[in-house]
Design a protein around this ligand. Sequence first.
Ligand code: PEP
Ligand code: MG
Length: 830
Amino acid sequence: MISLVIVSHSKQLALGVRELAVQMVHERVPIAIAAGIEDPENPLGTDAMQVYEAIISVFSDAGVLVLMDLGSAVMSAEMALEFLSPEQRAKVYLCSSPFVEGTIAAAVSAAAGNSIQTVIAEAQGALLAKATLLGVSDNLKPHACPMARKRGVSAEKTREIRLTIKNRLGLHARPAAQFVATASRYQSQIQVQNLTRGTAAVRSDSINQVATLGARQGHELLITATGTDAQAALTALQALIVNNFGEDDRLIKVRRVAPQEVTPATEGELLGIGASGGIAIAPVVHYESVPMSIVQYRIENVEIEWQRLQAAIQIAKQEIQGLLSHTYVQIGDAEAAIFDAHLLFLEDPLLLEAARKRIIEQHINAEAAWQTVVDEVANSYYQLEDAYLQERVDDVVDVGRRVLRILLGNAPANLEITTPSIILATDLTPSDTARLDPQKVLGICTTFGSATSHSAIIARTLGIPAVLGVDAKILKVENGTLIALDGESGKAWITPNAKLVETLEAKRQAWQTAQEEAQKQAHQPAITLDGQRIPILANISSIADAQVAISNGAEGVGLLRTEFLYFDCDSVPGEEKQLTVYQSIAKVLENRPLIIRTLDVGGDKPLPYMSTGVTEANPFLGVRGIRFCLENPQLFKTHLRAILRASAGNNIKILLPMIATLAEVRAAKVILAQVQGELRQEEIPFDENMEVGIMIETPAAVAIADQLAKEVQFFSIGTNDLSQYVMAGDRNNPRVANLADALQPAVLRMIQQTVQAAHAANIWVGLCGELAADIMITPILLGLGLDELSVNPQAIAPLKQEITRLTMTQAQAIASLALQQDSATSVRAL
Ligand code: PEP
Ligand code: MG
């Protein structure tokens, strides 16, 4: 994450500016200050050493932006750079932006995950928003008059939109988190109200308030936004809702099992809720979360107490971040999103304000203040009529307990299980569940919980059978007692007899076979109901990605982004190193196709060690992709040699990015031919018939697609870039996200034109932009005639499943309707 350093003559001023920025971004951006000097008589001034220390305290490889007030602040900052190592210095940028506006714009832009160049541009352009508001944007001269002011005010007018929630489970935790994260990207004040339930309007930056709107499928929301980017914010939120928050209700595996009467049916049999299918038979291990008793006491220095709470929250966030990455890699992105919601909970401004108020006004300790506000939030969830939202209390309690544990100085509970066992507990939090090792934890049995709790969702994904809500008497069994669980029927047995074990064992075998069959489906080809087969390949950046892709059912690699290999090195990777990587990936693919895209640096992916020192005003329109390679022929030749050598005995194709002219393709092919000639002379084998293709990602390439098609064997449409270049909307700027949208009719027509040109020239055309992973769009892409789709590995199985549900006739009809729509919104609605 990019961090900021505020340098000012006045400590109070710096603290104030930081406070403003933090309010905008809810502490998501590290901000240090270096302000004032240690002279009680004359505290105004700046100190280079302080600036240096501030930079070091928030230093990040993503970049540090230094914002200064005036005069000696700039000199101190420049001097501070001298104390840094050359590597560090290269990542620190002194920004000439206006101090207050620039800091806030930079913080907002950094929080949105933008590149350092974008953050600097945002900061430097920060006065423009104010000038526009005052009607003086033409020359930025302060000639404000009452009329101009009025114009400015009207530009801030409130916009509103009414939207109906369509996804089956409504604004539950994950969609609520997406809603808050999207709204937070905009500077406008956004409020949301559930019209159907008649709630009051709540702030869109509070995860708890948004979730407790109780918005369910069919409920109508009124969203209002006030600010310069109000329209963009509403459009983005609309897209989210219309798009069902990216959820495919048909794929929701949650089985709602009504809690059943707990009556022993046979000896030792207990009935609970089947929350995760499968059979487990193993000795039990009791898991008890560390009890925490909170004592309230009086605090004199309330500021320090507030800082203590903030520090604990910070540590909790780091822990959750670790859990999030672990869950993302080991379990899946949908499950990881649960922890995104946990992070947002800790960033909820209302919750933090409430905790702070309690400490400051009541002079009470952080633990007591925190516990009270968390209890209040949990109660507000409980009071909702909605069972699903009531279950989100688990998450609130989980994240609340995490902060309390840190405040009390306790270590996380030990969940190390050494021998295969069934875990027995009153309850397991989602965090506990995500840390379980399915090799050791054969089953989960709890006396609380439900089939839709996040712990149950995680258990299902981990494939651990779980029976929840079992009679509390099961807790009396000793550690090591044999128990059996049937996660489907929701039954648990204490010390099952031999006959029952045998029956359950047989059921376990049958269950496992069924699971294996299901997994095999992901490895089946994607064939439409009327028999059209669409190859589904993966977009990858590394050898590890290739392995994940294959295990997820990829039929090859449609896009290897080679630039990541270059980013992982301190200098240009040599031919042998590249060769090893390409060969290793090809080996993982076992002769499935591997499309290697040549180096696509530049734009938002500059190659640090190849910097010319000349800053491009518009890097996305500058020396990027093929332009960079043609400017660096030696580097390009080494790259091509490695790819060609890897092609010997492997199914490799080459893909040239960022093509805008025929001359570029021809120049690249000349260099390719030179390298081929050299290899022939050296008697080094390579695939003489290796196909060459180009990315179609500039409008120019679409316009001359008929000419380009004569030069190459295939096209791959990169909608991520094509959208930004067609729509003149930076793909990394959330304020124009509604423009840089591949569903804009202009972009869809470009895809259609490309496919037509390719097919007219008898070459195949694939699509590897993110659009291909959105299964809502699959009918349109199939209907437009794409021959192949390449997506991130996680998207492969759902995409294949979607294709098997369609006919080409349906897809063509939908595509033709889509092309007639007048906006991206109406394409989505369609
Ligand atoms: C694209 O532009 O759609 C694409 C796939 O390439 P990248 O995202 O790497 O620019
Ligand atoms: Mg691209």
